[in-house]
Structures are given as C-alpha cells and as structure tokens.
Design a protein around this ligand. Structure first.
Ligand code: DAH
Length: 377
C-alpha cells in the first residue's frame, strides 16, 4: 500500500478543511511531530537532517505548508493559517537553534574527555646523552688549570704558516716541519694564502701574546690536524691543550712545580712526574714530561709478574712536551725577552685519556659506538 501523502503536501480542499478548529488541530499535529523528530536528534548529521526537512527552501515542511495551506486558502482562513504558521515557524526556528547549541556543547565536552591528559601515564622516556670522554678530559684539565689562575682561550683551526710555524721559531727550512705535514686549503685563484689546518695548538700562544701584555696565563683546548695514517695511536685529527704562562719572574721551578701539580691532580696523588731533555724550536730548554706508570705503580713490574706491558718495564710513561718559552718567540710578539720569562706545554688529550682510562685504540674516540661511549656517562 502506497504511503499516503503527508497532510502538508495536500491542500485544504483535498483535506476537507473549512473551519478554524480544523486548522488548529492540523498545526498541533505538525508541532507534535516536529517535537518528536527534534528529540531524536543526537549529532550534527541528524541535526542537519531535521533542519533541512523542516526549513529546506524547496521542500521543507514549512515551505510546503505555505504553498499548500496558506497560499490557496480562503480569505477567512488565511488569517488563522498565517498566525498558526508564524507560531510554528518561531517554535521550529528556536528549537533547531537550541538543538544546535546543545549538540556543539556535547561534542566539545566529549572532545575534552578524549583529549584529556592522563597524568598517571608513564610518560615518554628520552635518553639523556653525556659528554664525550674527550670533552670530559678537556673539562678536567681546564678545571685543574683554572684553579691555579689560568684562563681558557681558543684560537682558529685554520692558520697561516706564519702562526703555525714561523712565529714559533720554525722557519721554512726547519726539519721539524716534516713531522707536521698537514692539510693545506685549496683556495680560489688570487685568494690570499696559503692557509692550512693547524698542526698544533701552539699558534694560539702567538695570538694570545699579540693581544695581551704579560702576565699571561692561558690554556688552549682544541682540535689539531696532521697528515698521519690512522692506526691505534694516530689519527688525522686529534686534540691538544696548549699552556702558556709568561710573566716578569717565572722560573724553571714554577714550571716544573706547575706540571707536577697538574700530573698529581689529573692521575692521582701517588703519581710522580719527571722530565727529560727534549727539543722544540719554540722552547729553550725543552723537556718531555713523564708520569710514573699508573698501571704498575712505577715499579715496571706487572702484578702477575714480568715486565709491565704498558711502560715496557720502564716504570715511566711519556706524557707531553713542554719547556721555557724560547726568547726568539718573544721577538715575534714584541715582548722584551730581557724582561719576561715563561713556560709552555702541549698536552695530547687523546693520549692522556687513553692512559687514564686504559683505552688502547685512539680510533674508538671517533667511531661513535655507543657501547664505548656509554662506559663514560
Ligand atoms: N706543539 C707541540 C706538538 O704539537 C707540543 C708542544 C711542545 C707544545 C712543547 C708546547 C711546548 O707548548 O712547549 O708537538
């Protein structure tokens, strides 16, 4: 059986409506129907359905009521229909707006519940990194020298031959340049040069003395470069800390006392330092400092018997080069060699770290294997 047309799709003639009472009951029926449909609206899409069904321009209930009931009705009924229709329209408008507000509020509330941060959840675990062992050793050494009045300064890794060699009393023909073969920069035609990656931190001695008058007490941590083939003790890049102290009355005793203090602070009170004659163009006299072997306690004998493998039975381990600043160097920075004296040293950080922590391959510092790095949190 076909569903009958709803009443608002038929005219009063077809419905047999002639009295005002009949009009009122028709509108009452419509209102009841609207109210039950509105009550069933729970979300945005059913709300849109309700709105279109009742307020749709072309075939919404109110449009059909206007077309089928109001427009064709007799002048006597028209007033009644008009008034009832206005009343119904006001009711429908108000209810549809009210439903919209309540649906939106409900959606917001449920979104809030969904997004609420649960503070009892365990949280995201972000592993915290740590300083690389080389950086830690830099820091230790900086702390030791800072505690006795040295400042930390830095200098460029790209140098001119003047700073890397000449001003350090290493003229062009000098044989020590052979040990310090390095990387020269490939410069564009016409650019002032040559430039090279510094082979040591010693050029910063010159920069510092050019900038400051004595007293000078600095240490210079940094990277240096040499054309060495990589093996267990060589790398084309490694780390040094340069030290420089210049004043009017610095003696050889101040020098050895300072280094002795450093060695004990760094390796432990029981470790002794000694020096042997050596040669560097920028110091005179030059020395090489050794520490009593930290592995065999300076005895030269391994715990299990036999010669200590680390110091090869000598009881001493070579640490770094140093010396009293050569007066020729003062000439390059306009210091008066008759009035000032001082000492300098150049500590290889990688070597010291390897000694202190028993690491036998310098390459592990640069391989970034976290299994190695994690051992030094
Ligand atoms: N610059 C030297 C090198 O890299 C190390 C050095 C030795 C530095 C003696 C000094 C020093 O300041 O006095 O081999």
């Amino acid at each position: 059986m076909p569903t009958p047309d709803p009443k608002h799709s038929q005219t009063f003639v077809a419905l047999g409506v002639t009295f005002a009472d009949q009009v009122h009951s028709l509108f009452a029926g419509l209102r009841t129907r609207f109210d039950s449909e509105a009550a069933a609206v729970t979300d945005e899409s059913s709300w849109k359905g309700l709105r279109d069904a009742w307020l749709g321009r072309k075939s919404g209930v109110l449009t059909l009521v206007t077309d089928n009931w109001l427009k064709p009705s007799s002048p006597e009924l028209k007033r009644v229909v008009g008034a009832s229709l206005n009343e119904l329209r006001a009711h429908v408008d108000a209810q549809i707006e009210a439903r919209r507000t309540s649906i939106e509020a409900g959606a917001e509330a449920s979104a809030r519940v969904k997004d609420r941060v649960d503070l009892s959840l365990p949280g995201v675990h972000r592993p915290i990194g740590s300083h690389h062992l080389i950086r830690q050793v830099f820091q230790d050494i900086e702390d030791i020298f800072s505690s006795i009045g040295f400042s930390v300064v830095e200098g460029p890794e790209i140098e001119t031959p003047y700073y890397n060699f000449e001003a350090l009393n290493i003229p062009e023909y000098h044989p020590v340049r052979d040990d310090m073969d390095t990387f020269y920069l490939d410069l564009p035609n016409g650019a002032p040069g040559p430039l090279l990656l510094r082979t040591h931190t010693s050029p910063v001695q010159i920069h510092t003395m050019e900038k400051c008058q004595p007293p000078v007490r600095v240490i210079v941590p940094g990277k240096v470069y040499r054309r060495d083939n990589p093996d267990a003790t060589h790398s084309f890049m490694f780390h040094q800390i340069e030290g420089l102290a210049v004043d009017s009355d610095i003696t050889f005793c101040d020098f050895t006392g300072t280094i002795d203090y450093f060695v004990r602070q760094f390796f432990g009170e029981g470790v002794k330092a000694r020096f042997r004659p050596s040669y560097f163009p920028f110091t005179e006299p030059s020395v090489e400092f050794d520490a009593s072997c930290i592995f065999c306690g300076g005895t030269g004998t391994a715990k299990a018997g036999g010669a200590c493998g680390k110091c090869k039975g000598a009881g001493w381990i070579e640490l770094f080069g140093a010396g009293m600043v050569d007066p020729a160097v003062y000439g390059f920075v306009n210091y008066d060699p008759k009035k000032v004296s001082g000492f300098a040293f150049g500590i290889g950080i990688d070597r010291l770290a390897m000694l202190k922590y028993g690491i036998d391959d310098i390459q592990v510092f640069f391989q970034n294997d976290v299994r190695f790095l994690r051992q030094f949190p």
